[in-house]
Design a protein around this ligand. Structure first.
Ligand code: SAM
Length: 299
């Protein structure tokens, strides 16, 4: 296992499989990258995962763009399973999930995060640019049926758009047997003063206040030490993860991952595109080690 200069081990990779998406969420951070049609090949992805596993990486998260737009997504998961015994997960907009959930599970995927940023068709379209709320909801149900576990429903909270839909999302999660992840709107520090960010950003504290009457326990996701609220919600146990990276020292000190961009670079942090190095596929381990040693908390 390797550690960065702040004592943080490297134990997971967040791999951006493409930088194109069929949704157009107006707030999308693009994983700290720019829109691009270049992608890594299956062979290049395999080299990265093999090297990472030899360095002690136990968890792989695939993201995008939209990872399910990759025609070789099942091969990518299968090849990942050759090297990773632990957690393989994927974040998706859910649009293609209904027909793919079983195949993804069979390929070796453990779990899935589904972006479900609104619970009314109008606000869903305002956020994503696409009127496909029901397609995504069906995708979420199919993921639960396929045995992907847990299925996390991700909602980025946007003031004045979806901050009044907290309980609608909880109701849906309870109904289908999923869990919920509320995410605070993120932006690099230098953009936090911009009008759009100030207009839509809201701290997640109000959600924790809303959920207090249902609270029966708290767990932690070791990644970023994110709080997971265990709720007794209308007779069912429901888990709600809170992701608030803003000025959060615990978040940074418990960050144990590197990011791989769709163009084949290693990036140390979503907010540090200036700390991005091209992968040398002839010495992939070295590229991962160099990037690990560059990591520093972002606060
Ligand atoms: N297309 C997939 C999706 O929609 O989930 C994967 C890519 S998306 C960039 C990955 C995750 O980042 C999603 O859960 C999305 O909601 C979240 N996200 C995007 N922009 C964000 C922002 N500005 N702040 C916080 N989370 C954001």
């Amino acid at each position: 296992m390797i550690k960065d200069n702040f004592g943080r081990p490297l134990n997971s990779l967040r791999i951006q499989l493409n930088a194109t998406c069929n949704f157009k969420c107006f707030f999308c951070h693009m994983e700290g990258t720019e829109e691009n049609t270049k992608t890594m090949s299956l062979e290049e992805i395999e080299k990265v995962i093999k090297a990472a596993s030899q360095l002690g990486v136990k968890r792989i998260k695939f993201t995008g763009g939209e990872p399910l737009l990759r025609r070789d997504i099942l091969e990518i998961i299968k090849v990942t399973r050759k090297y990773i015994d632990g957690d393989i997960s994927l974040t998706t907009n859910g649009y293609f999930l209904e027909g793919m959930a079983v195949k993804l599970k069979e390929a070796g995927l453990n779990r899935v995060n589904i972006s479900l940023h609104a619970m009314t068709p109008e606000s869903f379209k305002t956020i994503t640019g696409i009127g496909s709320l029901n397609i995504v909801k069906e995708g979420a149900k199919a993921a639960v049926r396929a045995g992907l576990n847990p299925v996390k429903l991700n909602m980025v909270i946007l003031k004045g758009i979806n901050d009044g839909q907290i309980f609608q999302l909880l109701d849906f999660a309870r109904e289908i047997g999923a869990m919920v992840q509320f995410i605070e709107l993120e932006s690099p520090r230098e953009k936090e003063k911009e009008e759009w960010f100030r207009r839509f950003h809201v701290s997640l504290d109000f959600i924790e206040d809303l959920l207090k009457p249902y609270l029966k326990g708290i767990e932690y996701n070791p990644l970023h030490k994110r709080r997971i609220l265990i709720l007794d919600y209308n007779g069912s146990e429901l888990k709600v993860e809170i992701v608030n990276p803003h000025r959060n020292h615990d978040f940074c000190m418990n960050c144990t991952r590197l990011r791989i961009t769709s163009t084949g670079s290693v990036q140390t942090c979503i907010h540090r595109p200036d700390q991005r190095i091209s992968i040398d596929y002839n010495n992939t381990s070295e590229s991962l080690i160099v990037a690990t040693k560059m990591r520093e908390p972002y606060w």
